[in-house]
Write a protein that binds this ligand. Structure first.
Ligand code: ATP
Ligand code: MG
Length: 366
């Protein structure tokens, strides 16, 4: 074995439902590429979500948050399930998710939407439109209308009930998300599209001004701007025009879900949430899938690809990340499919076997 020169602590939060099944696969993949790259991982597994509720009475115990904060990166499975949907204390497992995002101060949410050639038929779009799509939505996660004040309920001058929210962005919030987006575009194909509503909203006007000013620091990145209504349309009409998209919290919420439907395979989609410094949070975009939990049916690839994002965006271990991505493609090329992405003539496998095939692919691609 090669002497480990780089050493990282990774907190694993398996969570609920299929979470533990998919995390176990991703952990094995991380361990194997680590040994190939001379990297040393220390894994710390902590309870979160419903599992933590049962154990400690809260969805995010203090020990879990502090372990996450003290580590170099956090890999999360999934949270929630029928069991906790109506618990008397109204403590929802999902609350833990909001708490850990806030605790780690992750303001940038990265969601790739890639149509793999092997899975092009899963796309909701026509093959010629979907084929070759490879884009990334960078969403601002901790500001904007979801958090802006004033907010609440009240009455208008006619005595009628109103509800109101406020879209607020400060320069520092725009600058830091824009920087993540420019850096992300730089690691990809060097194209960044900033999506806003600068023809109507002041918060968007400031957004566009700051992003435009920052562009001078990233001469290697080609910047464009698009209004959100047009962007929603272009994502369906011609998604291949996009490389990296950066946008605010609410627009990003909507556009990232729209983009995920282009791929059509929820079991394949990864995400990263990054802060200024400190560990990033990496997780598949799917939920805990209680309908298939414990049956060895889950597709572990979304979590395996989240582990690749952890290596690339969380630790800067690009080579190890590429090994994992290549192994996922190789496994699909060799015909292995979990039920969610299965089509006739291919090899139907469960979560564990899919994991073993990924490990084989990692091994033979040294
Ligand atoms: P959330 O918990 O985020 O609200 P949800 O309950 O809307 O999510 P999921 O838990 O993601 O949705 O599941 C939606 C559907 O997709 C379910 O039928 C589930 O079985 C399926 N599914 C989700 N993730 C996977 C996976 N990794 N492999 C196979 N099927 C999956
Ligand atoms: Mg769910």
């Amino acid at each position: 074995a090669i002497a480990a020169s780089r050493s990282y602590t990774v907190t694993l939060l398996p969570g609920d439902g299929i979470g533990p099944e998919v995390i176990s696969v991703a952990k094995n993949a991380l361990q194997l590429v680590a040994s190939q790259e001379g990297v040393d991982f220390k894994f710390k597994e902590m309870p979160m979500g419903g599992a933590a509720l049962d154990l400690t009475g809260v969805p995010l115990p203090e020990e879990t948050l502090s372990a996450a904060k003290d580590s170099d990166a956090v890999l999360l499975g999934a949270i929630g399930g029928y069991k906790w949907d109506n618990n008397e204390k109204h403590l929802k497992p999902e609350t833990g998710l909001l708490q850990i995002r806030a605790g780690l101060k992750v303001f940038a949410n990265l969601r790739p939407a890639t149509v793999l050639p092997q899975l092009v038929d899963a796309s909701t779009l026509k093959k010629e439109v979907a084929d070759g799509v490879d884009l990334m939505v960078v969403r601002e996660l901790t500001g904007g209308i979801y958090f802006g004040k004033p907010r609440g309920f009240g009455t208008n001058e006619n005595g009628e009930e109103i509800g109101f929210n406020t879209e607020v962005y400060a320069t520092y919030e725009i600058d830091r998300i824009a920087r993540v987006a420019f850096e992300t575009a730089r690691k990809r194909r060097g194209k960044l599209c900033s999506v806003d509503k600068a023809n109507v909203l002041e918060a968007s006007m400031l957004w566009r001004k700051r992003v435009t000013e920052l562009a001078s620091e990233y001469p290697d990145v080609e910047l464009s701007h698009m209004y959100v209504d047009n962007a929603a349309m272009q994502l369906i009409r011609n998604p291949k025009q996009f490389d990296t998209i950066v946008t605010n919290n609410i627009f990003g919420d909507i556009l990232s879900d729209e983009a995920s439907m282009i791929t059509g395979s929820i079991g394949m989609l990864a995400s990263a949430s990054l802060g200024e410094s400190g560990p990033g949070l990496f997780e598949p975009i799917h939920g805990s899938a209680p309908d298939i939990a414990g049956q060895d049916k889950a597709n572990p690839l979304a979590t395996v690809l989240s582990a690749a994002m952890l290596l690339k965006y969380g630790l800067g271990e690009e080579k190890a990340a590429q090994r994992i991505e290549a192994a996922v493609l190789d496994t699909l090329d060799r015909g292995y499919r979990t039920g969610d992405i299965y089509s006739a003539g291919l090899k139907l496998v469960g979560c564990k076997e899919m994991g073993e095939e990924v490990l084989k692919s990692i091994e033979c691609k040294v």
